[in-house]
Design a protein around this ligand. Sequence first.
Ligand code: NAP
Ligand code: ZN
Length: 347
Amino acid sequence: MTTNATALIAPSTGAAFERGQIPRRDLGADDVRIAIAYAGICHSDIHQVRSEWGPGTFPMVPGHEIAGVVTEVGPEVTDFQPGDRVGVGCFVDSCGECEPCQASEEQFCTRGTVMTYNSQEYSGEPTYGGYSTEVVVRAGYVLRIPEELSLDAAAPLLCAGITTYSPLRHWNAGPGKRVAVVGMGGLGHMAVKYAHALGAHVTVLSQTRSKEDDGRRFGADDYRATSEDGTLESLRGSFDLIINTVSADVDLDALLATLTLDGVLVFVGLPENPQSLSVFSLTSARRVVTGSNIGGIRETQEMLDFSAEHGIAAEVEVISADDVDAAYERVLRSDVRYRFVIDVDTL
Ligand code: NAP
Ligand code: ZN
């Protein structure tokens, strides 16, 4: 038995969205039913709808930046009740038993994390994401949105927020650390806010100067345009940590040269092509290249509470469900300031 929810559905790779109905399972004992209020548009949605990371599963309902209100809870749920303001991020289940799950690093579950959409429940049912009116999720995968945060500006924290907060914490961004953020879009603008709030010295490396005022308002101490000649050369040895949010190919050797001894470059952007580098870029200063994937449930709640405490939320442009295709085009042109969020009431 299932109920139906209204959703924005991509019928096939790269096709325009259509309104339609999707099944949502009946409430299980440890399930929470959520009326979705807002769903953020992440660049990962675009990669997947366009099958840029390999063939997607269609019909597809993207959306893993979900904010809404609990409408119903199963009999075993003790942490949530109807009326609670909640969020759901990039995954909705994991095995709960492997070492990463035990450490609340569910995003690295060895059985395979069940992603919020374009994935399968362990039962084999397809998952459908947040561009829809409601969702049913196991309580252990639901986050609490603090009262201080509005639901529209909180939605992007469920992916863009945690994806940047987690590597900044893991690599100890803080006082005395010089952090560079490459690309100031959805993820990048959150990285600037968190790195600043954590006390680091923050530099934005954007393609152009056009967002400099915004970058400084978000907390950047320095802002450089990579399209200007000599920018990276002038920054050799400048940074302890680089968070690269760019989804396009990057000149890794030029970027690595801006890291100091033992400096770390973290990929959070996910280009569709393999990236290459000269090993000399690593050996010459014992540099590290690594990546980071969203964050676990415990850290996601910590990030939401940290955001409330520091007055941090996403800069959002709320759009109607009719405007999602156009918003995708704008994201692809780097014309986003700084996250599109769908008002699900318009579905
Ligand atoms: P976004 O809003 O499109 O931001 C990406 C930014 O990269 C753009 O705003 C632009 O910033 C810069 N950029 C775009 N094209 C570029 C190019 N050709 N050369 C250099 N810079 C370019 O995207 P997003 O939602 O932040 O996502 C960014 C990437 O992270 C995507 O690949 C997404 O799939 C990935 N992602 C990863 C995770 C994870 O867990 N690892 C989670 C979420 C998303 P400027 O205009 O400032 O240059
Ligand atoms: Zn995302």
